[in-house]
Design a protein around this ligand. Structure first.
Ligand code: PRP
Length: 179
């Protein structure tokens, strides 16, 4: 399925599934006795979120947000533009933010700063992919599926021009597709 547009398959469906299962086991252990508010950041997180929560053995609640950040990596005080906010308040909750990728860190650092103002009991970050080479903000994820090099990746929720999100693997797009 659209494999001809891929330069390389970085992680197969089976590898992604196995890694998510391991992450979920770790999160389940870490949140014993708690009821986390698991919040997916749309749209990229939706597939990872669905796979992850089905492997979590916790009395969690689910919610979603959508945000976009303005400005470049040098702008650290800019506000995040929350396009869709959570349906339930997070005050006093153990928040686990779920995202497809941590790239420059702009979006998530601003979002985390905004959510902290609402006084959650805790806030942690779980990402399927981490591209540390691209980071311009001092932010790290607490749970990382895979660290990846600075390549144009799609699949498992990640898009190019709104396409390829549904691919069940993580692929590197051929440069001629996006150049
Ligand atoms: C992507 C991704 C993260 C962000 C990561 O979202 O889902 O939210 O970019 O980049 P950053 O670390 O450099 O901020 P995008 O804005 O493409 O929206 P989408 O989730 O709808 O794909």
């Amino acid at each position: 399925m659209m494999e001809q547009d891929m330069q390389e398959i970085l992680f197969t469906r089976e590898e992604v599934t196995a890694r998510i299962r391991d992450l979920a086991a770790q999160i389940t252990r870490d949140y014993q006795g708690k009821s986390p508010a698991v919040i997916g950041i749309l749209r990229g997180s939706f597939i990872f979120m669905a796979d992850l929560v089905r492997e979590l053995n916790l009395p969690l609640t689910l919610d979603f947000m959508s945000a976009s950040s303005y400005g470049s990596g040098t702008v650290s005080s800019g506000l995040v533009d929350i396009k869709l906010d959570t349906s339930e308040p997070i005050t006093g909750r153990d928040v686990l933010l779920v995202e497809d990728i941590l790239d420059t860190g702009n979006t998530l650092s601003k979002l985390v700063a905004e959510l902290k103002k609402r006084n959650p009991a805790s806030i942690k970050l779980c990402v399927l992919l981490d591209k540390p080479d691209r980071r311009t903000q001092p932010i790290q994820a607490d749970y990382v599926g895979f660290q990846i090099p600075d390549a144009f990746v799609v699949g498992c929720g990640l898009d190019f021009d709104q396409r390829y999100r549904q691919l069940p693997y993580i692929g590197v797009l051929k440069p001629e597709i996006y150049e």
